[in-house]
Design a protein around this ligand. Structure first.
Ligand code: ADP
Ligand code: MG
Length: 326
């Protein structure tokens, strides 16, 4: 369980438990048919809050998984969303409900869906380099915020990075904190590793799981967003693992046609085997690629976001000939 400054684990849990509503989700919300996504233990559905008419995404999490009570894992997911709530690139948690079998997270609705769709799209619908630059600034802003709070996401991939709108291309919302954890809590390391007396020095130095793990994923993410190709994917799992362990990456001209050398340099600061040598999120934000003089679209504002949610036909893409600022 993560801790925030001034609040210990017990306090955090108590705060979360007090926020969980035991009245009925279905009398406060109407499901809007469409299923937004589904994982092993969760289903996400679009819904509308009856009182406000606002749309949300409800994530239904099963408490029992493989015969085990996983309520505390879900409390952990909620705790991390709580800690990250002041960062605008992490999805907002509106309310939490609990039934006998499920916990329901009512999340801000990200109408643009997963960036996965653009990653696998044909060239005309795929991201342009300038789009990737803008979106990557936002992803790094979210991730550096999390890392600043010693939280690692541990599942950064195109399916867990959503957009507020698709056309025009909106802003990033990072979702799915199901695997996330705090990395600097000795208490937690003890919990993971068992008896502290026997724990290796690097674990006491918090090197077991570090924020660098997320940075590797971001390296893969940028590669996929720019090229549509998953750099390590092999014909089977073993080949993929082997490609990763050899850090076997193709940076050839035919894959990176029309993509700047600065972009390749950026990826190369992340896809490094030794986690200590990988760039940190904060350092990445200062990499020249992210301020390179490509035509970077201006980030859309909150009111434009709302407009594009309503599919305003005349919303224009604004183009800014300057370095990008968040
Ligand atoms: P899981 O832990 O099962 O992977 P996620 O939180 O990743 O659960 O949600 C599964 C999928 O549901 C996501 O990949 C995304 O497509 C969709 N989804 C999740 N949260 C939202 C949201 N806030 N708005 C829109 N779609 C969402
Ligand atoms: Mg997911």
């Amino acid at each position: 369980m993560p801790e925030t400054a001034g609040m210990n684990r017990k306090g955090m849990v108590a705060k979360i438990l007090s926020r969980i509503r035991s009245d009925s989700f279905s009398s406060n919300y109407s499901l809007l048919g469409k299923e937004l996504g589904r994982g092993k233990f969760a289903v996400v559905k679009k819904c509308m809050e009856n009182a406000s008419g606002k749309e949300y995404a409800a994530k239904f999490l099963r408490k029992r998984r493989k015969g085990q009570d996983c309520r505390m894992d879900i409390i952990n997911e909620i705790a991390i969303l709580e800690i990250a709530k002041s960062n605008s690139h992490v999805v907002d948690l509106h309310e939490v409900y609990e039934t006998t079998s499920e916990i329901i997270l009512v999340l801000e609705y990200a109408a643009g869906g997963e960036i996965f769709n653009q990653c696998v799209a044909d060239k005309d619908e795929a991201f342009k380099e300038k789009d990737v630059i803008r979106l990557m600034c936002q992803i790094l802003d979210g991730v550096s915020y999390l890392h600043g709070k010693n939280i690692v996401h541990l599942d950064l991939k195109p399916q867990n990075i959503l957009l507020t709108s698709c056309n025009p291309l909106g802003n990033i919302r990072i979702v799915d904190f199901g695997l996330s954890r705090r990395v600097d809590s000795i208490e937690e390391i003890r919990e993971i590793m068992g008896t502290p007396e026997y724990v290796a020095p690097e674990i006491l130095n918090y090197e077991a799981i570090t924020t660098a793990t997320d940075m590797w994923s971001i390296g893969v993410l940028v590669y996929v967003m720019l090229t549509g190709i998953s750099p390590f994917l092999g014909d089977d799992k073993q080949t993929t693992y082997l490609n990763i362990s050899k850090v076997d990456i193709d940076y050839s001209e035919d894959i990176f046609e029309d993509i700047s050398n600065l972009a390749i340099d950026f990826i190369q600061t992340l896809l490094i085997k030794d986690p200590r040598k990988r760039a940190k999120a904060e350092q990445c934000l200062h990499h020249p690629w992210l301020s390179s003089k490509l035509e970077v679209p201006k980030p859309i504002t909150e009111s434009e976001e709302e407009q594009s949610e309503q599919n305003s036909p005349d919303s224009e893409e604004l183009v800014l000939m300057a370095s990008y600022t968040l």
